[in-house]
Design a protein around this ligand. Sequence first.
Ligand SMILES: NC(=O)c1ccc[n+]([C@@H]2O[C@H](COP(=O)([O-])OP(=O)(O)OC[C@H]3O[C@@H](n4cnc5c(N)ncnc54)[C@H](OP(=O)(O)O)[C@@H]3O)[C@@H](O)[C@H]2O)c1
Length: 308
Amino acid sequence: MYRRVLITGANGMLGQELVRQMGRIPTYDILATSRQNAPLFDGGSCGYLPMDIGDMKAVSAAFQDFSPDTVINCAAMTEVDACETDRDICWQINAKAVENLGRLCHKTGTHLIQVSTDFIFDGLTGPYKEQDRPNPLSYYGRSKLAGENGARQAGPDQWAIARTVLVFGTGENLSRSNFVLWVVDALSKGETIRVVTDQFRSPTYAPDLANGIERLVRFKKNGIYHISGRETLSVYDIAIQTADVFGLDKSLIERTDSMQFKQRALRPPRTGFLILKAETELGYKPHSLKDALADLSRRLKLQTSDRL
Ligand SMILES: NC(=O)c1ccc[n+]([C@@H]2O[C@H](COP(=O)([O-])OP(=O)(O)OC[C@H]3O[C@@H](n4cnc5c(N)ncnc54)[C@H](OP(=O)(O)O)[C@@H]3O)[C@@H](O)[C@H]2O)c1
């Protein structure tokens, strides 16, 4: 039987990865949606519709025309520091629009998967399991936590929340970079970078995350799932492993800490996730960080040779 899946924020890193993976599975009929007039990627046979998740008229029309069985909400304001200053826009997209989406899913009997973040935690006691108590430090974290609660409007058994951590990967014409690509880019140009030693994360390879989310769709799961890489390490160590795997000069990576490296929004010191629930209930098996970085390196080389 076909499953009709509507993906929001499909031009983003995770959205593109979901379209790439799920578009290859013949039992899914995918409608990719994002803010831009056209897809920023080669979507193969999947459909595309420009849609702002804050525009309820457009969202309702898409539900009426496509009649999705499942919605995967990847659309979000993801710049953590910008969320601290542009609070209204951040709340509209990350909280209010998700609540509206939840209500619409409830009305239409649609399964909603909301993507959320480790930044809903304060980072004092990571790595975290699903039942741990949220306590966001930043406005981004607060808005994403409100988005989680909004998604529950879809009704009992109709929602799943996929929380994730420091996602890295690639895509076509992405509007934002990510930590690993930033490290690779800077070191490749011979630039020195400063990276914090006192923040800990479990870095997540975007294709692994997309695979975990596809499993939530396939098994029509309900509830919260932590879907990240398995290893929790300092952001500095993530940069060092990146340099190692990409064969770049790691002496260009300088140590710093959160006291010296001030950012507008507070970052939780130690997050990272325990992923036992996703492993046992979904059969989720992420790459090791080293293998994920090696795979990314191969994909980036292929992208470059395709462009030549
Ligand atoms: N990346 C991470 O490290 C990370 C970590 C934890 C959780 N997450 C969560 O994972 C999800 C996917 O993030 P990502 O890494 O794929 O981020 P991303 O690359 O920034 O993708 C987000 C996409 O959402 C789109 N978008 C923003 N506002 C929208 C709106 N009102 N209507 C429709 N589309 C809109 C963006 O379009 P524009 O480019 O036009 O703004 C962008 O294409 C988000 O929920 C994020 O909170 C990400």
